[in-house]
Write a protein that binds this ligand. Structure first.
Ligand code: ITT
Length: 196
């Protein structure tokens, strides 16, 4: 029987990216949305803490090995904001359009445009807890461009690119993204866990 792995996220965009990034691992992936798991309070002060809170909650609720992602955008000129609060920057959790609009407004005319996407991936399963992190360095465009991806993708231009993340093909984003790096580093841990 194929082992099951729970993705402890309620964000459909993340589920789609993670299914692509984890493709080829011999596990059947189900999401917190599929299982209708309750929302987890993100009370940690770092991406890693919040990712592990979500992974542990998924493992506790299902008894199945569980992967979670906590991620966001860190902007130097804003002292690291919105950071772990990226999903509720403008006040309503997951309102991508309002969050993006607020960041565009706060960064209007600001010369230092350095920013990065950060992702902490957490795995919690029987006798195993592990964290991997990935970042994607870039600069903020003045005006959002592109309709791919989600969240802050239309404003982050990866270093060495002229396009925003929302103008990249999904596979191009996966190859360089914070999420791609963190979850590819997690693959051997997942493989070891399901091989037991
Ligand atoms: P779960 O907690 O259920 O996984 P969430 O959307 O609430 O879903 P987070 O708390 O990790 O997830 O918040 C992540 C926010 O950071 C998300 O709302 C996006 O606005 C932003 N974000 C994360 N990854 C991104 C990416 O690859 N591209 C653009 N924005 C991203």
């Amino acid at each position: 029987m194929t082992p099951m792995l729970v993705l402890s996220t309620r964000n459909r965009h993340k589920v789609a990216e993670l299914e692509r990034i984890l493709d080829g691992i011999a596990v059947e992936v189900v999401s917190a949305l599929d299982l209708e798991l309750p929302e987890v309070a993100e009370t940690g002060s770092t991406f890693a803490e919040n990712a592990m809170l979500k992974a542990r909650a998924g493992f506790a609720a299902t008894g199945l090995a569980c992967l979670a992602d906590d991620s966001g955008i860190v902007v130097d000129a804003l002292g690291g904001e919105p950071g772990v609060d990226s999903a509720l920057y403008a006040g309503t959790h997951g309102d991508d359009d309002a969050n993006l609009a607020l960041l565009v407004e706060r960064m209007a005319g600001v010369p230092d445009r350095a920013a990065r996407f950060v992702c902490a991936a957490a795995l919690a399963g029987p006798g195993v807890e592990h964290i991997e992190e990935g970042t994607l360095e870039g600069v903020l465009a003045e005006t959002p461009r592109g309709d791919g991806g989600f969240g802050y993708d239309p404003i982050l231009v990866p270093l060495g690119e002229e396009r925003t993340c929302a103008e990249l093909a999904p596979e191009e984003k996966d190859a360089i993204s914070h999420r791609g790096k963190a979850f590819r580093a997690m693959r051997p841990w997942i493989a070891r866990l399901v091989a037991r």
